[in-house]
Design a protein around this ligand. Structure first.
Ligand code: CP
Length: 309
């Protein structure tokens, strides 16, 4: 397998890379949940997390993953940095490059920023979410979670429900699931579901159609109000039309149908409170598996930093 330096999108990976990262995540989960808490795989390597947008799961999960692999971690706090004095992304990156990091994990509101950093750096760059474009580590943890639950991804039916338009998760997760042989459908308010005519993705407009399709996974998404200049649908209608309500939860009770969500959840909007505690909710498992998937990603990449100059 050809070594790869960066993880920017799922589309840039070969099938062999995808399968290798998923297979190794099984061993990584074994390491951090059971026997040894730490292995010396990245001993002496430096990892920088650079988040220009807020994050709870992705940043802490990458930091725990790097720690479990014995790397040295530096957290760059944008809100207390010279970025607030007006320093540009380019100048910030140039400054941080001089610190000779081996891995840079970056999240930014603009699509393409991780790719620009990767082009100018010998460090392995991981896209931790760029605008509405891509979130490949989320895709890996989602695929890993579905594989773990059902034994395989091929043939499974996953319906992604909500604000698809602004969702980098929908883009990356649907891509990896389709590469692994799953069937994927989208559902949400019309203006928030992009046309799917040539994507091989089915499109539904209501729950009756969705249930008739007999999905294995309801993958719920948050409405990303922060990426909208004006509301895309009337406030108050969303939960009734597209959320997992208590009635819909009762309807699926006892079925082998799981609920997933990348987080953060807006309770009472995409999910009723009860759905969070639903026995077939994999939301907490996704978080746990995020560490294993990210350990495997860090292990898989090859920074070109041996000679940093
Ligand atoms: N799923 C996800 O990206 O969550 P955070 O925004 O908390 O990192």
């Amino acid at each position: 397998m050809k070594p790869i330096k960066d993880l920017l999108t799922i589309g840039a990976l070969s099938d062999a890379d995808i399968l290798s990262i998923l297979d190794n995540a099984i061993a990584m989960k074994e390491i951090f949940t059971k026997s040894v808490k730490k292995v010396p795989v990245l001993k002496g390597k430096s990892v920088l997390t650079l988040f220009y947008e807020p994050s709870t799961r992705t940043r802490s999960s990458f930091e725990v993953a790097a720690d479990r692999l014995s790397a040295d971690i530096t957290t760059f706090s944008v809100s207390t940095s010279s970025v607030v004095k007006g320093e540009s992304v380019q100048d910030t990156i140039d400054t941080l490059m001089s610190m000779k990091m081996d891995y840079i994990i970056v999240r930014h509101k603009n699509s393409g920023i991780p790719g620009i950093i990767a082009k100018h750096s010998k460090a392995a760059v991981i896209n931790a979410g760029d605008g509405s474009h891509a979130h490949p580590s989320q895709a890996f943890l989602d695929a890993f979670t579905i594989r773990e639950k059902f034994g395989e991804v091929a043939g499974k039916r996953i319906i992604i429900i909500g604000d698809i338009l602004h969702s980098r998760v929908a883009r990356s997760t649907s891509l990896i699931l389709k590469r692994l042989g799953a069937e994927v459908a989208y559902m949400g308010p019309g203006p928030l579901v992009p046309p799917t005519a040539h994507t091989g993705i089915t499109r539904f407009t209501n729950w009756e159609q969705a249930f008739a399709w007999q999905p294995d996974v309801l993958y719920m998404l948050r409405v990303q109000n922060e990426r909208m200049d004006a509301p895309f649908f009337p406030a108050g209608d969303y939960h009734k039309a597209f959320g997992v309500t208590t009635e819909r939860l009762e309807r699926i009770a006892g079925e082998n149908l799981v609920i997933m969500h990348p987080g953060p959840v807006n309770r009472g909007v995409e999910l009723c409170d009860e759905a969070m505690d639903y026995s077939n909710s994999l939301i907490n498992t996704q978080v746990e598996n995020g560490i294993a998937a990210r350990m495997s990603i860090l292990y898989h990449l090859s920074p070109q930093t041996k000679n940093h100059d």
